[in-house]
Ligand binder design. Structure first.
Ligand SMILES: Nc1ncnc2c1ncn2[C@@H]1O[C@H](COP(=O)(O)OP(=O)(O)OP(=O)(O)O)[C@@H](O)[C@H]1O
Length: 554
């Protein structure tokens, strides 16, 4: 077959076009991955999913490793395509490729190191933000900014010392740009990058070698990872207990228990509003002088001291804004206490939150579920997080979907469940995996009466061997479920004891409070009510300039 000789300029043009195309693909795939990774990681934080997973036992390193593997797999695919494009013979009848002489394996390793640096760069950016959209915008900006040292100093490249170039390479994009500049220069002298010249310069005037840049990319990857871990620890965002800035130098960070004992003083909580504590039961949660100030004026929890026992359900009962969720958030490490502490399973919530979370199951007030995961997958995921084997996890799945009557929905994604079903699943998630301390924040909110009853039965049947804390503002729920009921109001514990103790103390019965207008006849209202409830008693209460009629019904 006769070979047609193309003019040389068309070959050069095609190669240049390919170079630009490959450059664009590299750029776009990395920018896209960087922005989307930062966005999803921060969204996980924003929706409290990350903190919930950590509360349920997800170690921080595993979270980062999972994200690393996922992003790495995607980028690995894109750099493989890139290397193929760089080495593909684009021009018919010639051996010319974009990088004709270079060893593709070296280019691949170089890009592999760049991937690692890019992923940890995303981690480092994500820890500075709590809102996904802001984080994504800033990630795009930061990604381009990290290319700036290269473009700004390009004019004086020849005058720069090696130290200056290496310092600029602390920005991974700059290291990548320097690397490609070297590869292109090696290509220019028809040698290409080879194993024998990665520790050589292309000209005697240059001082930068590809080997140095590969080391710098590895250093960048490690540096960004350390920044991510450190900043996340001292600035966990809206949720999480911040560590002191010097935490890497503390004994407890590396060896678990701190040197000094964190045991809180054993002071019996006794007064007329606090029922004598059971002596035959083990304390599961010990709260001591817990206080939370959101600001100088806003104290959500005042000096709360309370013990909760194993094999019992302790109910925190209170009106909206009484401080129940804040208390639970401090116990689970979502918020650090302003003062005071709590010991859960022998661990202090201020300093040993990882230990606290080993035994913890949480059903937060707002469902924290993964939209795409099914009911079964949620139970499997959280059971495995708690350390159960595949077989044990399967047993947990079967048990809870049956107990909570979720069998027909077992394979449905959580986003397709009704509100009540989502609550059921959240409670099952808290109980599964053998959590010995279970906290449920208003678990029956939004449930119909039959579902509430089923959930009450489940909680009653599951309390053996566990310390269960649940919050509610339903008196009937507290009465039925609570072995001990702690009533909170205005951030303070008002009284605590069994349902029997509280009824004896405050009188079993109901209070009816009515708003009274100026011309209201108390006698007429009372006689009307007495027609239906003969034993009703009236007493008039004046509260903050408003008049109320308060009735006691025994
Ligand atoms: N992040 C926050 N910043 C400032 N104030 C807060 C914050 N979280 C809660 N508060 C305030 O603390 C008080 C207690 O709130 P909390 O959510 O603990 O009450 P609650 O008893 O759980 O109420 P509900 O039954 O409505 O959930 C409220 O006055 C609330 O406005």
């Amino acid at each position: 077959m006769q070979r047609f000789d193309y003019p040389k300029w068309t070959e050069d043009l095609l190669l240049q076009a390919m170079e630009s195309f490959v450059g664009l693909v590299i750029m776009l795939s990395f920018v896209y991955t960087c922005i989307s990774t930062v966005k999803v990681i921060t969204a996980e934080k924003e929706k409290q999913l990350k903190e919930a997973m950590k509360i349920m036992g997800l170690p921080g390193w595993l979270h980062w490793t999972a994200w690393f593997i996922k992003t790495f797999t995607f980028l690995l695919l894109s750099i493989t395509v890139m290397v193929i494009l760089l080495k593909a013979k684009w021009y018919p009848g010639t051996d010319h490729t974009v990088f004709t002489n270079s060893n593709p394996f070296i280019i691949f390793i170089f890009l592999l190191l760049f991937i690692c640096a890019t992923i940890t760069f995303c981690f480092a950016v994500s820890v500075f933000f709590s809102k996904a959209n802001t984080a994504a915008t800033m990630a795009g900006l930061a990604w381009f900014l990290s290319y700036f040292p290269y473009s700004l100093m390009q004019q004086r490249y020849d005058d720069m010392s090696l130290a200056e170039k290496l310092l600029a390479s602390l920005c991974s994009n700059t290291a990548m740009a320097y690397g490609f500049k070297l590869i292109i220069t090696f290509e220019g002298i028809d040698e290409g990058v080879q194993w024998h010249n990665i520790w050589k310069t292309t000209t005697p005037d240059d001082n930068l070698k590809l080997g140095y840049l590969m080391i710098m990319l590895a250093v960048d990857a490690l540096l960004y990872l350390l920044i991510a871990i450190y900043v996340e620890a001292i600035f966990p965002g809206e949720y999480g207990v911040p560590q002191p800035w010097y935490f890497p130098f503390t004994y407890s960070y590396w060896c678990g228990k701190p040197v000094e004992s964190l045991n809180i003083e054993e002071e019996p909580i006794e007064n007329e509003f606090y029922e004598k504590e059971p002596t035959h039961l083990q304390t599961g949660i010990k709260i001591s002088h817990l206080r939370k100030e959101f600001s100088k004026k806003k104290v959500a929890v005042h000096d709360l001291s309370l013990n909760m026992y194993k094999d019992q359900i302790t109910v925190l009962l209170g009106h909206n804004g009484a401080g129940k969720t804040t208390t639970m958030s401090m116990l689970t490490g979502m918020f650090p206490p302003s003062s005071g502490t709590a010991i859960i399973g022998g661990y202090d919530v201020r300093t040993e939150i990882v230990g606290v979370r080993e035994s913890l199951g949480l059903c937060p007030q707002h469902n924290i579920l993964f939209d795409e995961l099914t009911v079964k997958e949620h139970l499997y995921f959280y059971s495995r997080l708690k350390g159960l084997t595949r077989q044990e996890s399967q047993f947990e799945i079967d048990k809870y979907i049956e107990l909570l009557e979720l069998i027909p929905k077992a394979d449905s994604p959580s986003s397709t469940l009704s509100g009540g079903m989502k609550r059921k699943l959240s409670v099952a998630v808290a109980l599964c995996g053998g959590s010995s301390v279970v906290m449920c924040d208003e678990p029956t909110a939004g449930m119909d009466p039959a579902a509430r009853r089923a959930l009450w039965d489940l909680l009653q049947s599951q309390k053996k061997g566990r310390t269960i804390l649940l919050t509610t503002h339903f008196m009937d729920e507290a009465d039925l479920l609570g072995d001990r009921i702690a009533i909170m109001s205005g951030g303070r514990l008002q009284c605590c004891g069994s349902s029997f103790f509280l009824k004896k103390k405050y009188g079993a019965g109901y209070h009816l409070i009515m708003d009274k207008s100026k011309d209201c006849s108390v006698e007429k209202v009372t006689s009307l009510l007495q027609k239906y409830i003969p034993e009703i008693e009236v007493n008039l209460v004046v509260f903050r300039n408003y008049h109320y009629i308060s009735f006691d019904i025994q």
